[in-house]
Design a protein around this ligand. Structure first.
Ligand SMILES: N[C@@H](CCC(=O)N[C@@H](CS)C(=O)NCC(=O)O)C(=O)O
Length: 220
């Protein structure tokens, strides 16, 4: 008899096309696939208020949440690091390398995602607004500066620490938010890096599983 996976995550039942493949549960799905851990999904409605009791699981009402037994976690970066504790596919066994992988998780979330999200906010969520057009050049410049530094660091390496870690997983999911622009393509090594991360079977599995969970209701 098949038993239900002990790990449950939350995701959205439907999002508009621009967000498909980018919703942050993809990070958790990808980490679980890298670690070879099965999971089940609890789907939530993105278009209405979250149920009141969901705020006890995720203070901001967002996805993803990770639940296993008595442990409930929120924040995709923290969840990926937690999963990484169970798999050296994500966090290397060597203590120093592990700590460096954590650095890259935090760097992606804290030093790169805010700049990229600023641009996404302008281009997608506020497209056509006068303030957005005025703000865009500076926001794009900030992203360019970060990408240039990241490209320099990466150099000819396949991954940020030579081998794939949780840091690359989070970094790749952050960079994917620029898919509506050519900014990553301005650096051949970053474009190749992102393609390399996305070519991993675990990413492809995670992407397919996120897309398969969306119902095919027409965009509202
Ligand atoms: N820092 C959080 C951000 C989570 C987040 O922004 N989730 C989005 C989907 S990608 C969400 O649930 N948005 C709906 C909302 O904020 O109400 C994490 O990394 O888990």
């Amino acid at each position: 008899m098949m038993t239900s996976p002990s790990i449950e995550i939350t995701a959205f039942r439907w999002v508009p096309d621009f967000a498909r493949g980018l919703v942050r549960d993809i990070r958790v799905r990808w980490a679980l696939a890298e670690a070879g851990l099965p999971y089940r999904v609890r789907l939530l409605d993105a278009t209405t208020q979250r149920p009141a009791d969901y705020f006890h699981e995720q203070p901001f009402g967002q996805v993803p949440v990770f639940v296993e037994g008595d442990l409930g976690l929120f924040e995709s970066g923290a969840i990926v690091l937690h999963i990484g504790e169970r798999s050296d596919a994500l966090l290397p066994a060597d203590a120093a390398e592990r700590a460096r992988a954590t650095c890259w998780v935090i760097a992606a979330l804290n030093s790169i995602e805010p700049m990229i999200f600023d641009l996404v906010n302008i281009d997608i969520f506020n497209a056509g607004q006068q303030w957005a057009a005025l703000r865009r050049p500076e926001a794009e410049q900030k992203v360019r500066e970060r990408l240039a530094r990241l490209s320099d660091w990466l150099g000819e390496q396949d991954y940020l620490q030579g081998r794939f870690t949780a840091g690359d997983l989070i970094m790749a999911t952050v960079l994917r938010n620029l898919r509506h622009t050519e900014l990553v393509a301005e650096h051949a090594n970053l474009a190749a890096y992102l393609a390399r991360c996305e070519a991993r079977p675990a990413f492809q599995q995670a992407l397919a599983e996120q897309l398969a969970d969306f119902d095919d209701r027409e965009a509202a």
